[in-house]
Design a protein around this ligand. Sequence first.
Ligand code: GLN
Length: 310
Amino acid sequence: MMNYESGMMKSSGTSAGVTTRWRVIDSIVEAEVLLRNAGVTDTSRLEAEVLLADTLAVSHAKLIASYTDYLGAEERAEYLSRIARRLRGEPVAYITGRKEFMGFTFRIDRRALIPRPETETLVEHVVEQVRSSERRTTYIVDIGAGSGCIAISLALLLPGATIHAVDISENAISLARLNAAEHRVSERVAFYIGDLCSCLPDALRGSIDVIVSNPPYVTDAEYPALESGVREFEPMVALKGGADGLDLFRRITAVAREYLKAGALLAVEIGENQADEALKILRRAEHFTEMRIIHDLAGRHRVITGRKTE
Ligand code: GLN
């Protein structure tokens, strides 16, 4: 890190006794080159800009409009420390502490998995299904809520929904609570720490309209091949799903039938090669009908759904 920092200082023309000023654009280009050379990302320019916009607490558009402005020494130091974290592989969302999901901004840190764009397929499907059901109140359980991005997006998009969000990680739930408070949906999202539905009130059995989940589904064999930023920084418990990645899905199908009403929806995110096996599991669990695999816009299998039989 020392080499790179002193490299940056040199290229900025610092000399004793002179007040150093760094142009925004020059700092971006230097960071871009460092990120590219380190091979941590394919989008080095974008990340260099996102991290500087975040450092300066301005929008991306504002940053671009101020390329020829100068950074203060503190801003420059803060930017360098963020770039240094990225060079060590830390994901951008953990550095900025924020991530967009479904058009909403969530607070993110190492307590939970970073929301992925592919999970929007799951949320969009549930929203569509609930809206077309014309029910005035909908009771939803989110298993493995993580940062709360699914549960909170559903609460924001479905004003008639009450959500019970569960996670086995106390850390994840503390972050999810913060996100719910920031989005002002705490009254409609209840949080529980525990394994699957074990901590939900008994009264919920047989009364849930939707169970939604993005469980850990990376297989034991795939896990070591994940990007190092994912492996080293994101919680393993949110990613690893056993030998075929479907351990949690098997357990979810088993409890789902106890909590869902007749006709209610189960919607679970799966890995792109898991559709056939997931369908078999759901079929074997009995009690489910209308089984479907939902694709994302690129045609990849993303979600399995089924409805509880009458
Ligand atoms: N799609 C995620 C990844 O590959 C996995 C998320 C999960 O296991 N739920 O990083």
